[in-house]
Design a protein around this ligand. Sequence first.
Ligand code: IPM
Ligand code: MG
Length: 354
Amino acid sequence: MKILVLAGDGVGAEVTCAAVEVLQSVAKKFSHSLDLAEGLIGGVAIKKTGSPLPQDTLDKAMAADAVLLGAVGSPEFDDAPPEKRPEKGLLGIRKALGLYANLRPVKMWPSLVDSSPLKNEIVSGTDLVIVRELTGGLYYGQPRGVFTDHAVNTMSYTRAEIERIARKAFELARGRRKKVTSVDKSNVIENSQLWRRVVTEVARDYPEIELEHILVDNCAMQLVLNPRRFDVMVMENMFGDILSDEGAVLAGSIGMLPSASLGESKGLYEPVHGSAPDIAGRNKANPLGTIGSAAAMLDYTFGLKNEARAIENAIGKVLESGRVTADLKPKGPPATTEEVAKAVAAEIAANNEI
Ligand code: IPM
Ligand code: MG
């Protein structure tokens, strides 16, 4: 398994290190070999090379089977123009690898119901996936720019772009509860009108899947009123960025959320959370979102379902044992990033059912 690790900024180094430790324990248990490479992205890359996405990183990403990414972003670059910001590295690699489908599962682990600030009866049983379009929409649309006293961004989608992300959502729903919710703002935005029309057309190829349309503002409310009504949710890039952070509240902490960004051939796996500069370097960050992303990598890129399940089961056991970081509000003293990683790796090593 040829994997490129891009730690990036802030807590990125700690959480990717934790996920690599877990991958190593899976590789040992199941007799696989890992071929790990490292590269620069984000603020650290700007400081060392002047670019948030050096060519060397892109070359290594093209040569790898999959990329494991930590986080990008640093307050040092807050005043820099978009082209010179760490985030540009992430947007650049998503585009360069053609990673148009970003899957962000939001699952409430039973042992975490008390970690969410929302009432238990609302969050318990939540099990949904946000399918966020990742290489189009407001993030990339042209024209864009700041012109003296006028600034422009464009929400642009072609029929083909909408169709391929819609297909991803319907395919995913087939293996789940067979419901797709398409999120848009078709009462105001023309782009959303095309979105809704194309998703409805694609749905005809999936008669066994129920399709509902929902406006994004109402969706933001429904997510915290009744999250169990959602199974697969498909949406435009920026709607997905916003609603997936809201989804994090349902899972107890944004530190729990994994993600997979998939294209025709490549896959990039990263936690949904950011670089968290306030706790960086302090061994405090929750590594489970990144460890969950490593499990998604084994599943989607390498087709190793049992290995992915071994990680998921180990995460469940560690959560039940209460050895969790401060964001999950443990009853006792919080565990460190390293302790959580070691606990997950040890559960995998100790599991005799494998
Ligand atoms: C995310 C992040 C990124 C995004 C940033 C860091 C560019 O918020 O992955 O959700 O907006 O896509
Ligand atoms: Mg985001």
